[in-house]
Design a protein around this ligand. Sequence first.
Ligand SMILES: [Zn+2]
Length: 590
Amino acid sequence: MAADLVIRNGTVVDGSGGPVRRADVAVEGGLITEVGDDIGRGRRELDAEGLLVTPGFVDLHTHYDGQATWDPLLAPSSHHGVTTVAMGNCGVGFAPVAPDRHDWLIGMMEGVEDIPGTALHEGLRWDWESFPDYLDALDRQPRTLDVGAHLPHAALRAFVMGERGADPGAHPDRAELDRMALLLAEGLQAGALGVTTSRTERHRTSGGENLGTLRAREPELIMLASVLAEQDRGVFQFLSDSYRTTDDGFARSEFELVTAFARASRRPVSYTVQQDIEAPDRWRDLMALAGTLQAGGLDVKAQVAPRPIGVLLGLEASANVFTPTRAYRKIAGLPLDERIAALRHPDLRQRIIDGHAQLTSGPDAFAGYAFFGRFDDMYVLDDPVDYDLDAGRSLAAVARRNGVDPRQYAYDVQLQRDGRQLIYTPLFNFAHGNLDDVREMITSPVAMFGLSDAGAHCGQICDGSMTTTFLSLWVRDRRHRDGLPLEWVVHQITRRTAAHVGWLDRGLVAPGYLADLNVIDLEALGCAPPEIAADLPAGGRRLLQAATGYRWTVKRGAVTFEDGVHTGALPGVLVRGARSGPEGSTGVPA
Ligand SMILES: [Zn+2]
């Protein structure tokens, strides 16, 4: 009998990290049935001559928690070869939720993840209260890719403790701890991937408040850990400022807290590691901690990004280079075409540029606006975007070469492409002006691909495309410098991430595994410049980013994308908890 689909003559990179080989791949009933060179004709054949065949990518760090309840596409991830995402990261999400707390949760996501509140107000149907109800709501929505969800600590805390749950200074009493434990256990049984929390002051609600989880004390965290241990399932994900100490009198450091959590849960733990400009070597300590804990037999990984993480500035983005100036703010509310017309006026141009100079340099400069004047750290996004940044291409460097003032140049750049040109400012992972530290970070044995934050930071960050960059930059563009092996990179974004949360049914091109596949033209692989689209509910705006080089993406055996265009297929489902591998699979080590 003919297979549903045969991908013919491709170069198979199977996700295990093992060597590539030329082979055909047969797919039947949503699963890979055969990988070899003697496969009969399929009902549909894809010619992968000269192309890579990889497992679909697995991105564990997204924030599609709201969007996934209404949006079947889940762009930009789905355009970048991703066939499975995990959401509910960083302690934030939309369940459990008391009926009178909807607005508060929206305010939290709007502030922490920069997701437009109006879009959430209109898009969320709130046909859930408990976390298991939320999973059922996700289950009802068809989509292009599979989703799984963590149970977010901030939502759990507010659900159990009410107003006090949102207060970092308040702590649960015994009864509240017991109730949180019970709800987490129920969530895990219903299919939560694990539990997540936020311990960073950077995360604030739209009202500017810290999250209630910021200073959660050891008894509360250890309670969460012991539920994972009792249930013997689930992972823990968090991010932390990592250098502060808790205020519980014991002043145990964050490191000690992580260690205690990993010991108590005996489950996989991962935390965010990125290079901060202000503490450019701190990441080394965080990686070393994961190394020490791993050496002690604990599964602790550092979630890292394969490129700088930066903010996008532009007339359509949340902010642009001249947002702080009084002269710009007067026209900030105008529609784009009217703003462009105004900005072209020489008089206003001069006032805005002068105002900017006053705010960002000279004796009266305001430190809070320094960011807007760092032209050495600004890059004009070309098409395709080259994330292999180089100080010689910075806005300041180009302006110098052209003999113009960087402010004048930035002003003109923002007006290019009908006012849609974006300027990229790396905030993390670029402290020394090159990618040497990123390379060291991502190649550490304790590192795990993460931090795309896809679905979040709608108006200023667009990193859902990191899978594409991992391959195009580190495998192809740096091939003759310090590039990384193709097999290794594919493993990092497929089997390694899948195995971390126990999804042993995917991430490998081998018989019995899910037929989640990408057919990729590596030479053509690239990221288009991010674009602002007003396609969220209520006209909410977000950054989207297209890709080139993905010839086909296959999800559960169905072709979902062909040359970047959605075919209409919606084979994606909710993945509840861990998934065992095919019968007889030995389980390739993660
Ligand atoms: Zn996050």
